[in-house]
Design a protein around this ligand. Structure first.
Ligand code: DGT
Ligand code: CA
Ligand code: CA
Length: 570
């Protein structure tokens, strides 16, 4: 879909206009268009083909023309005009998280900074301090922003890579007739960010597979193409490597290319001690090949159980597999409901009934509607009166739909002192109360920890949403004493959320594992604002699996009846 490219382009356009100190109305118009395109659930090309661009709410004549131009020519002439005189290096610095175009304009004008390395130098030697609005804290933020940018450069969030890989693998299976085409590497391990996608395939005709791969419509550039392997770049700059192997090596190759490197190195050490050799071609005892067609051959030869890919990080999974003590990980088919979905009562785009029907279609027994609350004004957060109205609406919908229940919930704001944004009288009437931090991220560690613990202590709260507050590649976790937060969660019998929204994945895998060790349960919520974000449950389950969680550790595996009991206990 070209939606993201256009959304990025308009965002960049707004940045450049702001850098040039142009008319704020123009700047806002581009930011708005960027947001609309980013949130759009339909393919922009299909909309354009139908001639419906102007029917998109918020897209006027001018924007529609620019979109049309881009879809036809791959360029927007207005953008080319605006970016004249602003170097690529300056434009790329606009991506630094937390440093807006205004700040960039200031340091460019006042200090003559042209590129990233000059900026880094100025940050280090303190020469930025003293410019208008530029204190030590601000400079520290810029420094951290540069680090975040460097870390995320060349890596992509799991939630962006996953649909691309899925589509490509499905197309390849269709085009080549081979069932044995899968992704390997960090994507198969479901790491939260992905350097490149590795695809492994086998079939009678290797060349046909390579050809089908390099001719995929998504391919922007073919980096290399041979008889049994190829590398390409697809939309969004993501690299995909394909390897085609013989059928009787497929399992060994899948094991090898799934990694992680640390996991494989540890395995090879064990193999060596047993006089066995493992590599991407198979399992060998001396010259004799003793396995390699199936992945489990490798683990079996080494005297251990097959290990779920999400665990292969050399974090104790090999020892557990040797002792036949691996956990039976939670699976997506165990999930009976989504704990965190926004409706069009706040900043979501679907009605509660649409959400309910979509959730039921996914095979769930329940969905928890968790809209924002009043202090989050930009989201059109609900006050007590509207929340009461929403509850009536939910009652009506529940009467209509059989074999499914919409649960009444809220993502209630935890105010800066730890009080909640809604009165107890209304919170009491809800099935599920999720507390969340959305403001005052800069509070110091002590204050923030106290603030969240106060919410945990509140008997009306069930779950703490996105407990660390991080945004992948864009914002660090807020300062909070995670240990104390988890102790309190345990003490009061509350749950922590795995927010499965692709930019959050919060709790992360490491904290999930810790939660399990402490006996804390998690609730997975997609934080969907559109129906077609509800698939992100897959990402949340992946985080849980990487954290060694089993079905009983995840409250989404409770039946409706069991869940209601859990909710109403407090
Ligand atoms: P990424 O792409 O940075 O997100 O991470 P991976 O794990 O996908 O790494 P990648 O694409 O470089 O290689 C794919 C897999 O191939 C990796 O997980 C394990 C295997 N592999 C690559 N290089 C080596 C190596 O030097 N030794 C071993 N044992 N395995 C390797
Ligand atoms: Ca990879
Ligand atoms: Ca690779």
């Amino acid at each position: 879909m070209k939606n993201k490219e256009l959304s990025d382009l308009f965002e960049r356009m707004a940045d450049i206009l702001e850098f040039k100190d142009e008319n704020p109305f123009k700047i806002n118009a581009y930011r708005k268009a960027s947001r609309i395109l980013g949130d759009l659930t339909q393919d922009i090309e299909e909309i354009a083909e139908r001639g419906d661009l102007k029917k998109i709410p918020g897209i006027g004549e001018g924007m529609a023309q620019k979109i049309e131009e881009y879809l036809k020519t791959g360029k927007v002439s207005k953008f080319e005009e605006v970016r004249k005189g602003v170097s690529d290096e300056l434009i790329s610095m606009m991506e630094i998280p937390g440093m807006g175009p205004k700040t960039l304009a200031l340091i460019h004008k006042e200090k003559g900074i042209q590129n990233l390395s000059q900026l880094e130098k100025a940050v280090e030697n303190g020469s930025l301090i003293g410019l208008p609005g530029m204190g030590e804290k601000k400079v520290e933020n810029i420094k951290r922003g540069i680090q975040l940018l460097k870390q995320s450069k060349g890596r992509m969030n799991l939630g962006m890579a996953f649909p691309v890989a899925k589509r490509i693998v499905e197309t390849l299976r269709e085009k080549t007739g081979s069932k044995k085409i899968e992704w390997a590497g960090s994507l198969r391990r479901m790491r939260e960010n992905i350097g490149d996608i590795d695809i492994l395939a086998t079939g009678p005709n290797h060349e046909k597979i390579v050809q089908a791969f390099t001719h995929l419509p998504e391919v922007k550039e073919v980096l290399a193409s041979g008889e049994t392997k190829a590398s390409v770049i697809v939309e969004g700059g993501l690299q995909i490597d394909l390897r085609v192997v013989e059928e009787d090596s497929y399992g060994a190759a899948l094991q090898y290319f799934t990694g992680s490197k640390a996991h494989n190195i540890h395995l090879r050490g064990i193999a060596k001690a047993k006089g066995i050799k493992i590599n991407e071609y198979g399992v060998f005892k001396g010259e004799k090949k003793i396995g390699g067609r199936e992945e489990k051959d490798v683990y079996k030869a080494l005297g251990m159980d097959w290990i779920d890919p999400e665990l292969r990080e050399d974090r104790g999974e090999i020892e557990a597999a040797q002792m036949r003590g691996l956990p039976k990980l939670v699976e997506e088919s165990d999930i009976k409901g989504d704990f965190h979905v926004h409706s069009n009562w706040s900043d979501g785009s679907s009605s509660i009934e649409e959400i309910a029907r979509a959730a039921q279609k996914r095979g769930y027994q329940y969905v928890v509607i968790c809209d924002h609350t009043k202090s989050l004004k930009i989201t059109h957060g609900l006050d007590e009166t509207r929340l009461m109205k929403q509850m009536e609406e939910i009652d009506r919908i529940n009467e209509k739909i059989r074999g499914f229940q919409v649960l009444k919930g809220t993502e209630v704001d935890i105010l800066s002192d730890g009080r909640l944004d809604l009165s107890d009288k209304v919170l009491e009437k809800l099935d599920v109360v999720i507390g969340a931090i959305h403001s005052g991220f800069k509070q110091n560690r002590e204050k923030m920890t106290k603030r969240i613990i106060r919410a945990i202590e509140n008997p009306l709260v069930h779950i703490i949403a996105h407990p660390s507050g991080r945004l992948l590649g864009a914002r660090d976790p807020y300062e909070v004493e995670m240990d104390e937060l988890m102790e309190a969660t345990k003490k009061y019998g509350k749950a922590l959320e795995i927010n499965a929204y692709f930019e959050r994945l919060d709790l992360d895998d490491i904290h999930c594992r810790k939660a399990k060790e402490m006996g804390i349960r998690v609730a997975i919520g997609t934080d969907s604002h559109h129906l077609d974000q509800m698939w992100m449950m897959s990402l949340g389950v992946a985080v849980a699996r990487r954290g060694w969680l089993q079905a009983p550790d995840v409250i989404n595996t409770l039946s409706l009846k069991e869940l209601l009991k859990w909710c109403h206990q407090r």
